[in-house]
Design a protein around this ligand. Sequence first.
Ligand code: IVH
Length: 681
Amino acid sequence: MNIKQEIERLRSEINYHNYRYYTLDSPEISDFDYDTLLTKLYQLESEYPEYFDSNSPTQRVGAPPLDKFNQIKHSVAMLSLKNGYSRSDILDFVKSAEDTLQEKITEYVVEPKIDGLAVELVYENNIFIRGSTRGDGNIGEDVTLNLKTIKSIPLTLDSSYNLKRFEVRGEVFISKSQFLKINMERKENGEQLFANPRNCAAGSLRQLDSSQTAKRKLDIFFYGFGIAQGLSIAEHSQFIEILRNLKFKVNPLIKKVDNLDQIFQYYQHIQSTRDSLPYDIDGIVIKVNNFNQQKILGETSRTPRWAIAWKFPEIEKSTKLLDVVVQVGRTGVLTPVAILDPVNIGGATVTRATLHNFDEVKLKDIKIGDTVFVKRAGDVIPEVISPDYTKRNGDEREITVPDKCPICNGAILKEAGEVNYRCISNLSCPAQIKGKISHFVSKNCMDIEGMGEKIVELFVDLNLINDAADIYYLKHSQISTLEGFGEKSANNIITNIENSKKQPLWRLINALGIRGVGEELSKLLAKKFKHLDQLITSTPSEIEDAIYKKNRQSRGGNQIIMENIKAFFKEPHNLNVIEKLRSACVNFEERELTENKASKPLAGKTFILTGTLANYKREEAKNLIEKLGGKVSTSVSSATDYIVVGENPGSKLDKAKKLNVEILSEKDFEQLIEIQTPDFK
Ligand code: IVH
């Protein structure tokens, strides 16, 4: 083999491995072996400059900077696409196309709509000679050198298709991860950040210094053509196949479908996988497959009538960020919210958008006064994506973390490893009270039956309660006079509240809603400290001792919980609520758990309930029996001890009579309970 042949062999071998790696994403050799081949080629090319070839794989690292880009006229205009946003838009598109064609369309090709920038590459006699941006559709910029740095672009083509002139089109993009990496580096260097991957790709492709482009690692998917002289094909799907054969990178999600239903399914499928794709897409493109039909349908001055983009219902707009307010959610999380110069996004006026959290604000370097990109996706809360760094004039102001809860002035805390700041004054912070009180009364806490979420909300809205302790100051008359309540239900609630005062200490601790302290830890803390006051005044190491067993695995986790507990009992609002609980005589002490026989007088007894009871709902009676150790069954048998009979009893009563089961009226039932439990009211 002579030198020339050796050089050509190396070039084609490297091209092959480029194709495996960059186009198919399936390399065959190690990076080391690849580098060895490349080094060898560099060596030979520098020793024998007479064999220079501008399409050699060594020429992909960029060239000396240009002064400006030359303009290039596209021989066939690069059109844009009409946008649709809904099923009915797509129906209209199909209907109008079928009207024109006077026949049904039976084949479409559907493709992801890559969110990058369109380019055209020209190959003459299978050699890449020029590449350009779309520009205004007619005239673009010559970015040949920059395109050459994209390793998945073939610089020479297999000659079997006899392509004399091939103008192939595709979308240049940058992967999401590469975009983040570039922005991170730029941030470190104090350079302006790119707002999104598309801007990053555009900025990278339009570099006068192509060696800079080479570093950005751009990529491309091909999907169309201007002129394909020498190709005789009848369908877009065949064209896509030929692109693959010619080793152009083609999106793997491109698919041929037959009807509208399949188009709808494809749209849904692509939308649901969108976030997991390594690159940005902003919709799907639907193309009529048959070239004859395409020709008949033709085009308007800007867009073809044989294709449409179905965009995802998400539109990004830019507007001014006027101010930032801090919202406090039901769980105490502080969320910075941007107040925006009103902007219409997808038909809705957006005036506020979430900034997610303060870490994100810092990472993205968002400032008051910035022009920001705002996204609204369907029903989701609008969000600020990033500033448009190019619009800065130096008057922008930092967004600062407040040092107190903006709602209640309580202390705020950010746990290690957490992104959110939280208000820890959670027993009385107005932003949190509904959620916190609902937690306080819930089954695993103070277990106050009859105080469901709706009722808690109502009481808070009516200002009857403003913190968890206020429950114990509710008066019968305040409830019984409310719409939808009566004597009886007010009685029930008041009784249940009263009874909850005797709940064991662990339930009270759990009810306080200290972050990270659930049922299990509450039990450990109650056992160790025996009195709430002991817990309040405990040292971190005592707390650590108490919960060590549970959280043996994670010392870091313990640290956070200890800090949460200490911070909680330092907060004056919380201490105030605790004092109110004390004054209401809520039990603060750990007593021996009364699981003994005396507290379970109905142990071993089986009850049947039939008919409507006047004073109890079925569920209430059942709970009462179970609390006292009894069981409630649904079918009468010889094992039944009592049948409690209300209004309009069912057939169970007859059966019970036959089996000689003891029959209790509602009154008998109450007496039975009272006898068994002297402190029952
Ligand atoms: S076809 C005449 N296919 O979307 C057909 N375009 O909004 C024109 N795009 O300018 C293009 N993915 O930059 C086509 N699979 C795809 C595409 C795609 C992204 C871009 C392209 C075009 C723009 C139109």
